[in-house]
Write a protein that binds this ligand. Sequence first.
Ligand SMILES: Nc1nc2c(ncn2[C@@H]2O[C@H](COP(=O)(O)OP(=O)(O)OP(=O)(O)O)[C@@H](O)[C@H]2O)c(=O)[nH]1
Ligand SMILES: [Mg+2]
Length: 328
Amino acid sequence: MVRRTNTMSNSFDKSETTQKNSIWESLKKLRTQVQEVFAEDHIDTNKLMDLEEILILSDTGPKLAAEITKDISKRMKNTKKSHGGKETTEILKEIIKQKLNKLVDVDNLEASFSEAKNENRLVPILIVGVNGSGKTTTIGKLANYFQRQNFTVALAACDTFRAAANEQLIAWGMKNSIEVLESKVVDPAAAAFEAIQASKKKKTDILLIDTAGRLPNNKNLIEELKKIKRVISKAEDRSKKRTWIVIDANTGQNAVSQIEQFKEAIDITGIILTKFDGTNKAGFLLQLSEQERIPILFVGHGEKITDIVDFNPEIIASGIVGTDPANF
Ligand SMILES: Nc1nc2c(ncn2[C@@H]2O[C@H](COP(=O)(O)OP(=O)(O)OP(=O)(O)O)[C@@H](O)[C@H]2O)c(=O)[nH]1
Ligand SMILES: [Mg+2]
């Protein structure tokens, strides 16, 4: 069944200043601690140990936190500049940026989606993750985001497990004035198939497929996800396979193994962070950069439709150390 919704979509301010402000606000707690350490005129070993502790508490992991402070120390020795708070802040920012840059998507999503649009290919995007990570909310935000880039978007309700899951998605459909494709069948793979057929018929550009939350060690539910993926690949075999995992930023270090487990099972192609607004575990991003080569595509930072931004290492690094981001 197709429900058409027709509420006007919200306005969307994706200006870089807005991005900076929202991410900066999210990192305030960590930044205040880092700035306290670097407030001194001379940064010595004790101060670096304080920093190491802050990094550990923000879920950077003890090994990496030690490596980072060691690296700062080394870089300080290599520079002829004085070792004041300002200089050390810049060194830390550079280290964070270098690490986070490894998580930037090499693909230009907008260009890739435009190419698909020109070739009349549907872009199906499978959204997965553990229970309550923010999948459905993120789909609502992404629909708005992509519509702002002039793509047509539809939503596929393939969480046939949780009661009221469809209603939640329909509410997001209404906010975006777009179709939510529901199915009478209980099998989520069959529901995804129907949604793809309907979207192709209507020449929709992007189909965001919502799935039920699941733990990566639940064999049956992971098998179900594999089946959904297989069906999507068959139903639209001309498109690149896109499976994006939604990760609650409060998960901290555990997110790294969560992503790893999902990746092993179903080949994740992108990461979306959510609830960045409430996290004090942003250090896990540094760990992620050491272990993963899956790009972070977006960062969700609130419950509103516009609370999503592109992943931007410069802004996050500046937000952690408290310097003005370059080019703003
Ligand atoms: N503060 C904040 N809350 C968020 C964010 N994203 C989602 N939420 C909230 O997190 C809760 C769960 O979000 P859902 O979108 O229902 O999560 P889900 O992954 O679809 O959940 P299941 O389908 O039950 O697995 C809701 O209360 C959302 O409003 C975010 O970026 N920031
Ligand atoms: Mg959901």
